[in-house]
Design a protein around this ligand. Structure first.
Ligand code: MRU
Length: 350
């Protein structure tokens, strides 16, 4: 399995996902600004991965803040700056705030900044390690809901590359493959940046898991003609009523799955839930540059004067979702009630 990131000698080393599958290049981040740039450019991407990267970014930021008179005030600004890199995936905010909250607590206890930084580093490493363990648990719960001969469709990349390892939707795929339940994965190419074709197919080929790449426009027809019996995708933010933001195109996949009577599952850790939002209508949707639609890697694919609309995510209404696979088990309808129970369970564990 591929290493998405490594914390090495106090620096964050990222695998540059924009270059895959043609080249395997690493980026070394020595300060938090470089981490922010990497998140913005999608050199590191996928909700849990950008959360973990932001955790390490906060450690790098704390080193800078320690050189200024107002350690906490500076770190607070760095937190907000990191969070502003991408608005939709709530894991980014979750991790940056978690690291900042620890700094506030330890500062309140009178610890010197250099001691606080050592503790922040331990927390960032824990966020990273926990993510892998959570994905493995999620994979086991997810494999249980899949049929014996699974022909699965997925969208975007919710794999090892989108997380700290193993993956959310692809964690379910990996576990089903281990159990001998998986016949085939159909991977939507995922326009405009091809995370499905470039990243999902790359990961699965590396691990000898059967994968067929299709273009996004082929999803409904593939469901009708290729015996798809499950759809599993990841998530960037899940509202308190179960509405789920994920890569643009997911909503269409969910509608097509409904029309064909195919169960549509989300696989996401509880750090992807935003319990403060009543519904998906409040989820901020990132809009990205027109060039992503009118060009591919600087190859022009549309007239320069054409208008574009480039939302990076869409929101799938909860009623189209058969279940949300989490590290606590599979949450099903009625979502508002069951997500409340999930939130209570998380609080109890803290
Ligand atoms: O723009 P991206 O590539 O960061 O979008 C990623 C997705 O939409 C993933 O499906 C989601 O973050 C879940 S990753 C486990």
């Amino acid at each position: 399995m591929i290493d998405t990131m490594r914390w090495e000698n106090g620096k964050l080393v990222l695998l540059d996902q924009t270059k895959l599958p043609q080249a395997t290049e690493l980026i070394t981040c020595e300060d938090y600004k470089r981490v922010k740039v990497a998140i913005k450019r999608l050199e590191v991407r996928g909700a849990p991965a950008i959360g973990a990267a932001a955790g390490f970014g906060m450690v790098l930021g704390a080193r800078e803040a320690a050189k200024r008179p107002d350690f906490l005030g500076t770190l607070n600004k760095i937190k907000d700056d990191l969070i502003s890199a991408r608005p939709t995936a709530v894991n980014l905010e979750w991790a940056a705030k978690k690291v900042y909250a620890l700094a506030v607590k330890l500062n309140g206890e009178g610890l010197a900044p250099f001691k606080i930084i050592a503790e922040l580093e331990k927390l960032a490493v824990k966020i990273y390690n926990d993510d892998i363990a959570i994905n493995k648990r999620m994979g086991e719960y997810g494999a249980e809901v899949l049929p014996q001969n699974t022909v699965l469709l997925t969208h975007c990349n919710a794999g090892a590359l989108a997380t700290c390892g193993w993956g959310t939707a692809l964690g379910v795929v990996r576990e089903a493959h281990k159990q001998g339940k998986l016949l085939m994965v159909y991977a939507d190419e995922t326009r405009p940046l091809l995370q499905g074709a470039r990243l999902t197919a790359y990961e699965l080929v590396e691990d000898n898991i059967p994968v067929t790449v299709i273009t996004d426009g082929m999803a409904a027809w593939t469901m009708k003609t290729k015996g798809i019996n499950a759809v599993v995708v990841g998530a960037d933010r899940i509202a308190a009523n179960g509405d789920t933001a994920n890569k643009i195109g997911t909503y269409g996949v969910a509608l097509a799955a409904k029309a064909h009577g195919i169960p549509f599952y989300i696989a996401a850790p509880t750090s992807t839930f935003d319990f403060t939002l009543a519904s998906g209508e409040q989820i901020p949707i990132e809009e990205r540059s027109a060039d992503e639609v009118k060009q591919f890697r600087s190859e022009v694919t549309a007239p320069a004067k054409a208008l574009t609309f480039n939302p990076s995510f869409d929101v799938t209404p909860a009623e189209l979702i058969a279940g949300i696979i989490t590290e606590y088990g599979v949450v099903t309808a009625p979502y508002a009630e069951n997500i409340k129970l999930l939130q209570a369970q998380i609080k109890e564990e803290l």
